[in-house]
Design a protein around this ligand. Structure first.
Ligand code: KG4
Ligand code: ZN
Length: 334
């Protein structure tokens, strides 16, 4: 049995997990920093890295304790080293290097995107490849062709804001709280998605790219105009209409990509994969096109260490090892 510790600190979640053979989750500890960022309505990178420093050793210890595994018994130590907030990544990376050095264990640097993709391999062991992955989070909006747990190709991405970022910024503007995704998801259930016709940017472009900054601006302009005209704002209608415009373009593009690529499976991952309307719409439209949809449970949608340890198992088996020069990178490719 190969037991790998996975450390994830690329954004604002301090996370560590122990996974056996890339499949059995022995522990999965996530310490969310939401309460520290909430009053700013978004993630403050300096606060994120400072909180990671405070939390990381406790989170790692808890992951080992919960898994009933000692550091000596680990086969490797895996850590997200790209892409992400560099100050945040560095904390996990330093912790991973220190442990690997002290206990003389192999160190394996992991691409965060492969981690999100792996959340589905962890949840659905018989998931076929190639498939398409729609990875949607606070930092990413990507359509990827996944050839195996360690190989992917980006087919399309956002040219400006990530979709989760748009959720968070709209929620911040409306004064709803942080993170905006789950709040809007809930509030939209009581609103009318057809109340306001917001644009879905790039919906008619013949590539697989996205743009969400214009949609966010359209929502802000609508609310400002309505308020200036002395009309009362129906918040549930605004967020339901915003959400419909965002989801429409995500679903349309991933389904047309699946047809184009002749693959019959689509997976959802990343924090926004928790969105109930996105799941429903994708499942419905995919079914009509004869495409199967898989998504992970909520805890696997957002950042976690298990998905990192899972990818690491496959790299470990391929003989991939990182050295002490392993760096932290804000962007891909590295
Ligand atoms: O994957 P994640 O934890 O971190 C990043 O790598 O970004 O994703 C966080 C993002 C936030 O923007 C949050 O608002 C969004 O995922 N999110 C949601 C929902 N739950 C989380 N967006 C829409 N609906 C949700 N239910
Ligand atoms: Zn993420």
């Amino acid at each position: 049995m190969i037991r790998i510790l996975g450390i994830e600190t690329s954004c604002d979640d301090t996370a560590a997990a122990v996974v056996a053979d890339g499949q059995t989750i022995l522990s999965n500890i996530i310490s969310s920093q939401n309460e520290f960022h909430a009053k700013y309505g978004g993630i403050v990178p300096e606060i994120a890295s400072r909180k990671h420093v405070e939390l990381i050793l406790y989170v790692i210890q808890e992951a080992l304790d919960k898994a009933s595994v000692t550091a000596e018994q680990l086969d490797a130590i895996a850590v997200t080293n790209r892409p992400g907030l560099v100050g945040s990544l560095l904390v996990g990376l330093c912790a991973a290097k220190s442990l690997a050095y002290c206990y003389q264990k192999p160190l394996i640097g992991i691409n965060h995107l492969l981690g999100h993709v792996y959340a589905n391999f962890l949840t659905h062991p018989h998931l076929e490849a190639p498939h398409l992955s729609l990875t949607v989070s606070g930092g990413h909006t990507l359509i990827m062709r996944v050839a195996s747990p360690t190989q992917y190709e980006i087919l399309g991405s956002t040219v400006d804001d990530a979709v989760g970022e748009a959720y968070d910024k709209v929620a911040k503007f409306l004064g709803l709280g942080f993170p905006g995704g789950p709040i809007i998801d809930n509030m939209a259930k009581t609103g009318n998605p057809d109340a306001i016709e917001f644009p879905s940017p790039l919906i008619h472009s013949d590539d697989l790219n996205f743009s969400f900054s214009g949609l966010k601006t359209a929502v802000i302009r609508y609310v400002n105009d309505e308020q200036a005209a002395g009309r009362e704002i129906n918040y549930p209608d605004v967020v339901a209409s915003f959400q419909k415009a965002a989801i429409r373009v995500l679903v349309k593009k991933v389904i047309s990509a699946a047809k184009e690529q002749r693959v019959s499976t689509v997976t959802l991952s990343g924090g926004v994969a928790a969105n109930s309307a996105l799941r429903e719409t994708l499942i419905q439209d995919a079914q009509r096109a004869g495409i199967a949809v898989y998504y992970p449970p909520l805890v696997m949608c957002t950042d976690n260490g298990a998905m990192i340890a899972g990818v690491a198992y496959h790299l470990y088996q391929q003989g991939v090892r990182s050295d002490w020069h392993l760096g932290a990178y804000a962007n891909l490719p590295e």
